[in-house]
Design a protein around this ligand. Structure first.
Ligand SMILES: O=P(O)(O)OC[C@H]1O[C@H](OP(=O)(O)OP(=O)(O)O)[C@H](O)[C@@H]1O
Length: 385
């Protein structure tokens, strides 16, 4: 660690310049240069060669565009938020040495964001009518905060918690109080903590009281609603060692709130939740904070493979040669075919221009991507495991 490099973060310049690369691509450039060879190639990004019937969400497309911007390449890609299933999600065409060194970062951008967005969509579909917030940036390296939050939104989550990530992606982070706030006032003094929040925090911020720090959830909820006059919600983050039947705890809280005329106070749940727990709680809780299930997603195993060299179809074994298109057919399935042959009848071709001669020719919109993912999920019958 040095003063001018306080964190282990690869710089934006290094990524743009192709230095965030596996070293063998530098050797490749040196070898091709030595041989005076720089073929015109088409390369495709795929996770599976053929459709499998299992869909995932494409994210990271804006980063892909900015990575390749200024390089003399043409790129086509699926729209962000599109569900994909086999075949190319992106296609790069140009002189090989123009983009050879960018492959490592290119795959990383798509793989990581798409894995997170796919998990987010699973959570979204597990509780389609509930508010589901992204709480997971604490689990990842801080340099990835915006990656996590953006992909979580593309996958359909309703809000984010990471402040700096929000500044990067143009969203305001939400959040109310951690246990730390209540601990600062000491055991048994939760009212002081809730009141300090109510009096000290911007009135625009929803009044959500965390109710599990020292005592029974129902007891703390009753005390919280008696302390904060215009309380919006209570949050139960019951620690796993005390959880027992979390659904019963949430129902009991709901019952006691209603019994006291607090039907308008919502109940939020958080802590180690994934799709299974959301399905189990969605009819009794109003909303959820989901962290690790989304942020700790495995990256999608994308690869970039050359499929055409100087106009000739080619591939390494195990991969399919030739430039391809991918289609959505009316039954919601995907079809992969050669681009110079007719696609399936009524098939919708999904790859769209992203860059032409290094210029970005697409606009990016997180909300549109999220709508696409949600609509697509209904079309293809996407469900969480
Ligand atoms: O479990 P995840 O789904 O990854 O969710 C992330 C965290 O969000 C909640 O933290 P909270 O701020 O309530 O806990 P703390 O105040 O104790 O840090 C919850 O306790 C989880 O630890």
């Amino acid at each position: 660690m040095t003063d001018d490099r306080p964190f282990d973060i690869v710089s934006t310049d290094a990524i743009r310049e192709g230095r965030a690369t596996d070293a063998y691509f530098e050797r490749t450039v040196e070898a091709l240069d030595h041989a005076g060879k720089n073929p015109h190639v088409v390369a495709e990004v795929t996770a599976d060669q053929f459709p499998t019937g299992e869909f995932e969400v494409l994210a990271g497309v804006e980063d892909l565009a900015h990575l390749l911007e200024g390089y003399d390449v043409d790129v086509d890609a699926l729209p962000e938020g599109q569900l994909f299933d086999g075949g190319p999600v992106a296609r790069v065409e140009g002189s090989y040495m123009e983009f050879c060194r960018l492959e490592t970062a290119l795959l990383g951008f798509l793989s990581h964001a798409s894995g997170i967005a796919s998990r987010a969509l699973e959570a979204r579909m597990a509780a389609p009518d509930s508010t589901v917030l992204s709480f997971g940036s604490r689990h990842v390296h801080p340099s990835l905060g915006a990656v996590v939050e953006r992909a979580a939104l593309v996958g359909g989550l309703d809000g984010i918690s990471n402040v700096a990530a929000g500044e990067v992606i143009g969203r305001e982070a939400g959040g109310t109080m951690p246990h730390a706030l209540l601990l600062c006032f000491g055991r048994g003094n939760q009212e002081q903590g809730w009141r300090a929040f109510d009096e000290g925090v911007d009135p625009e911020v929803p009044r959500v009281a965390l109710c599990d720090t020292f005592g029974d959830e129902v007891e703390e909820v009753i005390r919280a609603v008696e302390t904060i006059e215009d309380i919006d919600s209570v949050r139960l983050d019951t620690t796993s060692s005390r959880r027992g039947d979390f659904r019963h705890i949430v129902r009991e809280v709901r019952w006691e709130l209603d019994a006291r005329g607090h039907e308008n106070v919502d109940v939020f749940a958080s802590g180690g939740l994934g799709p299974e727990q959301l399905r189990h709680l969605r009819d009794v809780a109003d909303g959820f904070g989901v962290g690790g299930y989304v942020s700790n997603a495995d990256p999608i195993d994308f690869a970039l493979d050359i499929v055409e060299v100087d106009g000739e179809a080619i591939s390494k074994r195990g991969k399919l040669s030739g430039v391809k298109d991918v289609y959505r057919t009316p039954d919601g399935r995907h079809h992969v075919g050669l681009a110079d042959q007719p696609g399936p009848v009524d098939g919708e071709s999904l790859l769209e221009p992203l860059l032409r001669s290094g210029e970005v020719v697409r606009e990016f919109d997180i909300d549109a991507a999220a709508r696409r993912a949600r609509q697509d999920a209904d079309v293809v019958g996407f469900a969480s495991e």
